[in-house]
Design a protein around this ligand. Structure first.
Ligand SMILES: [Zn+2]
Ligand SMILES: [Zn+2]
Ligand SMILES: [Zn+2]
Length: 461
């Protein structure tokens, strides 16, 4: 016969009545509590939460999933019907009041099986940082619960307008922070990202709440009015309708004759806009963008495009869940995030994306080639070069002495200035005899082949 299953049932005093049927199920070693207590959690194999108030269950669930030593435990929620929705994502089973032993027993059996699977996972490597431990636990949760896809949900609390509640709980992040952590896992090959939505973000504060509105091209304010233009045949005068004098009928402001019938003595050939602020008249309004969060105003092409993804566990991710080894697949994970020196393949991939964006939005981009000449044995220059670049510049080392840089949102003139500054800093920091030969080309161009473009900026004189 199976050993007894350690079940911890947690419910506020007044909700205990809903769990009385637990006592009639055999094979359970039942521990009860009115709140979450750490030492009780770690001794249990199955947790049952019950409360009429769904918010309490939600909070308990998130508390359990955030604690790395107990987060994988099977949890059943027993609650009032109308509260079931908000927590099914963090619970393994949700049952509505009232519950009978006949309802509970099969569920408990399923969860016992799950508890066995979780026990079979090898313990986490002790040298893990909390960060890595959380990642392995998330992978283990997805794999043990057979969750195929981690889908973002719309969220007003996240500055990206979406959140991954499940990942946020396991990774213990505040709303929106889980994006970077999931991208990191995808970068390491443990998750695979697929397209879900595309956002326009404020280029300053990276917030999604933007208002696109039509504005006056002269004063850039949105107080504009669209109206029909009137063409008076008799005197050929054309002006917006509001310019015509209105009494009991319209009168032409130029020749002072009254207008009779549209199509007979006048028509409305077009429309135009009038700015109620600066009185400017214009045929087409322009669109600009106001960031509701920080107040930044910018033109639509300046908005940063952000890809929201849904994630699936990869085979490597399943293996990592199984073995608890996350590092063997992740050494390149940190080495190729954009703040580091990229390898050629990643650089080429990012180049293609950035060149496409720059062409589409007509934003300048510079490819910079650097050849380092230094007398004698020089100090390694790659790291220093990286430190002196802006965070979003991409750099790739081709060989001991040659680097290419992709400088986003930069025209040739700005790139030249930046390179002068960097040369000066490097000779100051490293050695005086250091020489950098620099070639710059501004993109977008018709030439899209990176090798050709690189050959151009690295060409010896
Ligand atoms: Zn205006
Ligand atoms: Zn007239
Ligand atoms: Zn902003």
């Amino acid at each position: 016969m199976d050993p007894e299953l350690n079940v911890l049932a947690i419910a506020p005093e007044e909700d205990w009545k809903h769990l009385t049927s637990l006592h009639s199920i055999s094979g359970l070693s039942l521990l009860t509590s009115t709140d979450i207590l750490q030492e009780q959690l770690s001794k249990s194999q199955l947790i049952i939460l019950s409360a009429t108030n769904g918010a309490i269950i939600k909070q308990w669930l998130s508390q359990i999933r955030r604690q790395s030593d107990v987060c994988l435990l099977p949890v059943m929620a027993v609650t009032a019907e109308n509260h079931a929705d908000s927590h099914h994502i963090l619970a393994d089973a949700v049952i509505d009041f009232p519950v009978s032993p006949a309802q509970l027993e099969p569920r408990i059996k399923q969860l016992t099986e799950l508890s066995r699977q979780i026990k079979a996972f090898s313990p986490l490597v002790e040298q893990f940082t909390p960060h890595e431990g959380q990642q392995v636990n998330l992978l283990r949760y997805l794999s043990s619960r057979k969750i195929d896809v981690l889908t973002p949900t719309r969220s007003l609390n996240s500055k990206l307008g979406y959140a991954y509640p499940l990942a946020a709980a396991f990774l213990d992040t505040s709303p929106g922070e889980e994006f970077a952590r999931l991208a990191e896992l995808a970068h390491g090959g443990l998750l695979q990202g697929g397209g879900y939505d595309r956002l326009h973000l404020c280029p300053d504060c990276k917030h999604y709440q933007l208002n696109f509105r039509e504005v006056c091209p002269q004063c850039q304010l949105p107080h504009i009015k669209r109206e029909g233009n009137i063409h008076h045949y008799a005197c050929s005068y054309i002006a917006p309708e509001s310019e015509f004098i209105k009494t009991h009928q319209l009168t032409c402001p130029k020749c002072k004759k009254p207008l009779r019938h549209i199509g007979v003595d006048y028509d409305k050939p077009s429309t135009s806009y009038k700015c109620l602020q600066c009185r400017h008249l214009f045929p087409e309004a322009v669109v600009n963008c106001l960031c509701i969060n920080c107040g930044n105003i910018f033109s639509p092409p300046q908005a940063q495009i952000f890809e929201v993804k849904e994630y699936r566990l990869t085979l490597a991710g399943m293996r990592a869940a199984e073995t608890g080894m996350i590092r063997e697949v992740s050494p390149h994970m940190t080495a190729s995030t954009p703040s580091e020196i990229l390898n050629h393949t990643t650089f080429e991939e990012l180049f293609r994306v950035q060149h496409w964006i720059s062409k589409r939005l007509q934003r300048p981009l510079c490819l910079i080639g650097i050849t380092v000449k230094q007398a004698g044995n020089g100090s390694p220059i790659g790291g220093r070069l990286r430190q002196n670049l802006r965070g979003n510049d991409l750099i790739c080392q081709l060989n001991e002495a040659q680097f290419v840089i992709l400088s986003l949102e930069t025209d040739r003139e700005k790139a030249e200035l930046a390179m002068q500054r960097i040369s000066k800093q490097l000779t100051g920091q490293l050695n005086k005899s250091l020489q950098l030969k620099i070639g710059i080309t501004q993109l977008p161009q018709a030439e899209e082949n990176l090798e050709q473009l690189m050959a151009g900026v690295l060409r010896p004189e």
